[in-house]
Structures are given as structure tokens and as C-alpha cells.
Design a protein around this ligand. Structure first.
Ligand SMILES: Cc1cc2nc3c(=O)[nH]c(=O)nc-3n(C[C@H](O)[C@H](O)[C@H](O)COP(=O)(O)OP(=O)(O)OC[C@H]3O[C@@H](n4cnc5c(N)ncnc54)[C@H](O)[C@@H]3O)c2cc1C
Length: 157
């Protein structure tokens, strides 16, 4: 799951929309956009690419990624929209300290797997992180709750 933030000189999309959805010709490419106009009063659009498409786009240069995003935005909003003045791109799968965006349940996974991941080693090594939370894995609140759980385990030694 990767993000590409594009900062524009001005807002050219509907200022009152937070989420913009697009059905592309190429499955999953730039389907989902978030506007930062209402939330942060900034002319920034954030485009997502997930799964296979997200991995494929990680291999592209920054310039190719921005050009591809702009191609989609020009299909939606017309050719006269401005070029972005700045951008920020994530490549979570290639980041050696992340190796992906967040955990998921592969076929055959059972809740016990996450409980095992969360289990402390010999009352001296404790584990937190979204993947160790059974109910809200893959989320920020799951990560937060896992931290509270690990802290509680330490207090109970
Ligand atoms: C594109 C995207 C969109 C998301 N959207 C949402 C959303 O809308 N809502 C939501 O709730 N959640 C969302 N999430 C998920 C959420 O961000 C994660 O679940 C959460 O940040 C996980 O927190 P964590 O503390 O478990 O792990 P992380 O935040 O990944 O922290 C792990 C840390 O450990 C460091 N690390 C790794 N290896 C080592 C090492 N060997 N030595 C030292 N440090 C190391 C990493 O650099 C990192 O800083 C999204 C994630 C992504 C990628």
C-alpha cells in the first residue's frame, strides 16, 4: 500500500470532497485519492496504489510515478490542470525497515498466529506492533493498543 502526495499551486478539484474515487482502465491504478483541502487547508492530493499495482509502481522513478499520477488526474480533471510543485512518494515494500505496509491474514491464517507473535520470551522480551493485535491489526489504533498490552505485561512481571 503506497502513497504519492502531490502539492499543487491551487485546488482544482471539488474543495468540499475528502475522498475522490476513480475507476481506471488499468485495474487498481490510482483508484483512490484523498484531498487535504478540508483537513489541512492545503492544495495537496494523495493517491494510493495497493497490492500488485503498489509493488509494480515502487520500481518506477519519482518522475515516472508523478507523470503516471498526473496522467490519471488529467483524465479526471482535464489537460489544463497545473503541474505539482512538490511531491512525496512511499515505497514501503522496498524499505528494508518496513518490507511492506502492514500485516495481513494469508489463506489459512488463524487468530492463534497473532497471539503467538505477541507472546513474550522468557519474561524478558516483549512484543508490540499492529501485527500482534488480534482485533485491529493493520491499523494505528491496533498498534497503540498492542503497546498498552505489552506495557501491562511488563508491569505484571
Ligand atoms: C499507506 C498506508 C496507509 C495506512 N492507512 C491507515 C489508516 O487509514 N488507518 C489506520 O489505522 N492505519 C493505517 N495504516 C496502518 C498503520 O500505519 C500501521 O498499522 C501502524 O503504523 C503500525 O504501527 P507499528 O508501531 O506496529 O509499526 P511501524 O509504525 O511500522 O513501526 C515499526 C518501526 O520499527 C522500525 N524498525 C523495523 N525494523 C527495525 C530494526 N531492525 N531495528 C530498529 N527499528 C526497526 C521501523 O523503521 C518503524 O519505525 C496505513 C499504513 C500504510 C502503509
Amino acid at each position: 500500500m503506497n502513497k504519492c502526495y502531490l502539492r499543487f499551486p491551487e485546488v482544482f478539484w471539488s474543495a468540499d470532497a475528502d475522498w475522490l474515487e476513480y475507476v481506471p482502465a488499468r485495474h487498481g491504478e490510482w483508484t483512490e485519492w484523498v484531498s487535504f483541502k478540508q483537513a489541512a487547508n492545503m492544495p495537496i492530493l494523495l493517491g494510493f496504489n495497493a497490492s500488485d499495482r503498489g509493488r509494480a509502481i515502487e520500481a518506477w522513478s519519482d518522475e515516472q510515478t508523478v507523470a503516471s499520477a498526473m496522467q490519471t488526474l488529467r483524465k479526471i480533471y482535464g489537460v489544463s490542470i497545473p503541474e505539482p510543485i512538490d511531491y512525496q512518494i512511499t515505497r514501503w515494500a522496498s524499505d528494508p525497515f518496513s518490507l511492506g505496509s502492514y500485516s495481513y491474514n494469508p489463506v489459512g491464517a488463524v487468530p492463534k498466529i497473532r497471539q503467538e507473535l505477541a507472546a513474550p520470551l522468557e519474561k524478558s522480551l516483549f512484543f508490540a506492533g499492529e501485527a500482534s493485535n488480534n482485533d485491529y491489526f493493520g491499523t494505528a489504533h491496533g498498534a497503540y493498543l498492542s503497546g498498552l498490552r505489552a506495557a501491562q505485561e511488563i508491569l505484571e512481571i
